[in-house]
Design a protein around this ligand. Sequence first.
Ligand SMILES: [Zn+2]
Length: 180
Amino acid sequence: MGSRRMFEIAFVGLKPGVHEFDYELDELFFKEKAGENVDTINANVKLFLDKNNGFMLLKFMVGGNAEVNCDRCGNPLKEDLWDEFSLVVKLTEDPQKANDEEEDADVFYIAKSESHIEVSDWLYEFVLLSIPMQHICGNDEDGKSLCNEEVLQKLDAMRVTNKEQKENSIWKGLDKFKNN
Ligand SMILES: [Zn+2]
């Protein structure tokens, strides 16, 4: 697909110093990367590339939002994305060996003969890392939870029924022993 080119930076042609790139990443981008089962994400990433002699500093600033569901009540929520990630890309003779030996996850090696870097995997990874792990409806002005009350009550009722059923089956089991 033609969209690939979009994520390739021809750094060889860049002057030393900082260059800015903007990426709008929509559902299609995440579907191509992850398959069908992805949250709806609309991210924008500003990439600052600082070109130096023999290495580049990459800074990714993630913005936008992700549509998720509340962990408690399942209500749809929109989470803002806001995070920053930095990487060092170094040019070397044997990048495979250097990458295998490098322990710092923020340092990445490419071959000296390379003229492009492909950034779509980093964009994908950093956007996913920007989504908060926990999603909970907030509170209103009075400090009352905005969670769906009806759903919470139903969940509570289900929990009680489950507990009762478990207790009943425990007693049944004990009765068996008593009768022996
Ligand atoms: Zn909720």
